[in-house]
Unconditional design. Structure first.
Lengths: 213, 523
């Protein structure tokens, strides 16, 4: 198929020269020879027919935006009153528009710089926008969330999650261990966190033994 | 499949260049009309084929076709469209393909319109041009082929230096490469004239628009490169100092010398040997500019680094001495720039005269800008908390807040600075420290406040301790004159070029009219 296309292109080029640019008939052989040389070079060099592989920008498939919002809201408890910025931002997060959501939630932070839930939402969106990587911007946002409300479990939980998803397993584990140690006995999220920690420990152990790359 | 189409177009372009060379050579040694009449069409067709190959490469980058190895190594699906478009020539292979495309199109244009020189000289010129191009085609086809396939195609590309995500920095190489190719075309004219022993005023007038046009593009490329690097490098440094910039300035300087020598040849049939020597030197410098990455590879990194350190040291030595020397020289150069207009009524002065005057005025402006920047710049590096105010020169800058923000393929820590000049009204600057993730890379996006007498340049760095941020601030008096001066130089060149082309056209039209009248009169 490649060769057919190349021959077609060569013929079109020859026709352009012969008919369009009025190359004299006596020079057609020389011209044809040049195109034949080009075709031979292409035939020798072109590999087997391979399909193209164009790629469109993906939605962030690896990150479930809805889950991020639900878990954050559960950890915040019933006392948090959502404001308009958070409502819009959470809707964007659920749709996977993490970059836009990060921009909108800044409005909530400008209104109230001590809104821990807003800082947490911003941090989560920044991590999701960066394909799960914990960038300096996200780290700063997690720190501000912890400063705004040191008792809020979300900052340590999600920071631990961000550490583990960017490959820093031991740092992630340390955040969760610290959170579990300071958790109130009746915290509704304790069981879930304990299970996550157990799974993480098993994964780290397997990695240390070389079972997981 | 489309990639294979591009490869086929590249092979045909190379074959047509060979045809152009062989036919051009044969037409000089044998007087066969059929072969002679082949050279110009071959040049035009070669240009079109090369352009087709380059268009295919641009398409492959725009759709991020990961089955092509060059795209897989240098693109990413998440980058903005304009960035994808510009990445086609952001790679070495793409830049070389751009080079032969521009060369081919220029050759096609010459073949189509150039009728001032004797036909044999024109044929020799096109043959010389094909000879130069064939070397590049061979390199592209056998050493750095842009259409090599990746089998299997990866799931995602590796991305490229995010500094090129700046639209200006992505397009600035186009201007430089157009300049380099223009100088190569001028060299081809020179070789053609040498072969046919036609070094004289007619050759100089034919070559002049190419040298002038190439020099204008180099001026624009260097000026915009300096401006964009200044804003992108986060160091308030208008001189990038990298090998590409050094090489482009060497070409620019030799092209100025060639322009002046060529003008003397065109006007008075003088300085023939000097013009030839400068033509060869300028071509060599344009090759250095085009192939500087390969020279690193060929000469060895250390030797190339030594060569550039030497250049940089010479330049730095000049600039260290330059501040007060430059400030003293600039007004003198400005006065001298008016000499071409002396004794003329301003309305009667021709475009070339205005062009010369404006170009030299641009030199004076740029010289003053460089000297003032070196002599009067004030720099402050502080670790500031939110609410702190920093004094730098006549400016006061208050760090109001720091926010995490997200861009299309980056996140950043963004500072909000309220700045005041001499206690006046507040302006807001927002410098950013950006983090990209594909590939992982950090850059500083500086924020700038511009006044008639200079710029305040602000950069945010790392967090040095809790809530203390590294802030670098520069007050750079008259730095903008560097780029205004550069643009004036290019404008002056453009006016001179338009004037020359107009007078050449008038001469050609007058000659045609005389020939027609004689034909009518039976003479």
């Amino acid at each position: 198929m490649n060769l057919v296309l190349a021959i077609a292109l060569g013929l079109a080029g020859f026709a352009l020269l012969a008919l369009g640019l009025k190359v004299p008939r006596k020079s057609w052989r020389m011209t044809g020879g040049a195109f034949a040389l080009g075709l031979a070079g292409f035939a020798l060099q072109a590999g087997p027919v391979l399909p193209g592989a164009p790629k469109e920008a993906n939605q962030r498939l690896a990150t479930n935006g809805a889950a991020l919002v639900d878990v954050r809201q559960k950890l915040a408890g019933n006392g948090t009153m959502p404001n308009q910025w958070m409502v819009i931002s959470d809707a964007m997060t659920r749709n996977g528009q993490f970059g836009n959501a990060a921009g909108v939630v800044l409005g909530a932070i400008e209104q109230n710089p001590n809104n821990a839930d807003a800082w947490l939402s911003l941090a989560n969106n920044l991590v999701a926008h960066a394909d799960g990587r914990l960038t300096p911007a996200a780290l700063y946002a997690y720190r501000r969330a912890a400063l705004a409300d040191p008792q809020h479990p979300g900052s340590r939980f999600f920071l631990g999650l961000a550490f583990t998803s960017s490959g820093q397993l031991k740092e992630g584990r340390a955040q969760w261990v610290d959170l579990l140690a300071s958790a109130p006995p009746d915290a509704p999220w304790k069981t879930d966190l304990t299970m996550r920690l157990e799974r993480l420990d098993a994964f780290i152990a397997a990695q240390d033994q070389g079972a997981v790359p | 499949m489309i990639a294979s189409f591009g490869l086929a177009a590249l092979w045909f372009a190379a074959a047509l260049a060979l045809l152009q060379l062989v036919a051009g050579g044969l037409s000089l040694t044998r007087n066969t009309q059929a072969v002679t009449d082949l050279v110009r069409p071959a040049a035009m067709a070669q240009g079109l084929m090369a352009a087709l190959a380059f268009a295919v490469l641009i398409y492959l980058f725009c759709v991020t076709d990961l089955s092509v190895l060059l795209v897989a190594k240098n693109a990413h699906s998440a980058t903005p469209f304009l960035d994808k478009f510009a990445r086609a020539w952001g790679t070495l292979e793409g830049a070389l393909l751009l080079w032969v495309t521009l060369m081919g199109l220029a050759g096609g244009f010459i073949a189509l319109v150039e009728r001032r020189l004797p036909e044999r000289t024109m044929l020799a010129t096109l043959a010389a041009q094909a000879f130069v191009s064939i070397g590049i085609y061979a390199f592209l086809l056998f050493v750095m082929n842009p259409f090599v396939r990746a089998n299997p195609a990866p799931k995602e590309g590796l991305g490229l230096n995010q500094l090129l995500q700046d639209a200006g920095l992505a397009f600035q190489p186009l201007a430089l490469y157009t300049g380099y190719v223009g100088l190569s075309v001028a060299f081809s004219f020179m070789v053609g004239a040498l072969i046919t022993r036609q070094i004289g005023p007619a050759f100089a007038r034919a070559m002049r628009p190419w040298v002038l046009g190439a020099w204008i593009f180099l001026t624009v490329g260097i000026t915009t490169g300096s401006f964009l690097a200044y804003h992108a490098n986060g160091r308030a440094d208008w001189w990038p100092g990298d090998s590409a910039t050094n090489a482009s300035v060497l070409s620019w300087l030799t092209a100025i010398a060639l322009l002046h020598s060529n003008s003397a040849l065109a006007a008075r049939d003088a300085l023939r040997s000097r013009t030839i020597a400068l033509g060869a030197l300028t071509f060599a410098m344009s090759l250095v500019g085009t192939f500087h990455p390969f020279l690193t590879w060929a000469m060895g990194k250390q030797l190339w680094a030594d060569f550039h350190s030497m250049n940089a040291a010479l330049l730095a030595a000049m600039l260290m001495k330059l501040p007060w020397l430059g400030i003293a020289l600039a007004p003198i150069v400005a006065l001298v720039s008016l000499v071409p207009l002396r004794g003329r009524k301003l309305r009667m002065a021709t475009l070339p005269h205005w062009g010369v005057a404006i170009a030299h005025l641009g030199v004076a402006a740029a010289l003053f800008g460089i000297a003032a920047d070196r002599a009067f710049t004030v720099e402050r590096l502080v670790a500031a908390r939110q609410g702190d105010t920093v004094q730098v020169g006549p400016w006061q800058a208050e760090l109001a807040r720091v926010d995490p923000v997200a861009g299309p393929n980056w996140t950043a820590l963004q500072a909000t600075l309220q700045v005041r000049y001499d206690g006046g009204s507040a302006q807001t600057l927002m410098p950013q420290a950006r983090t990209f993730w594909s590939p992982q890379h950090g850059t500083n996006a500086a924020a700038v406040a511009t006044r008639w007498n200079g710029q305040l340049y602000a950069v945010i760095g790392d967090e040095v301790s809790e809530d203390r941020w590294q802030l670098r601030l520069w007050w750079k008096p008259f730095v903008t004159l560097i780029w205004y001066g550069g643009l004036l130089i290019a404008l002056g060149g453009l006016l001179a070029l338009i004037g020359r082309v107009q007078s050449d056209l008038r001469r050609v039209i007058a000659k045609d009219k005389i020939a027609y009248r004689r034909m009518r009169q039976g003479r």
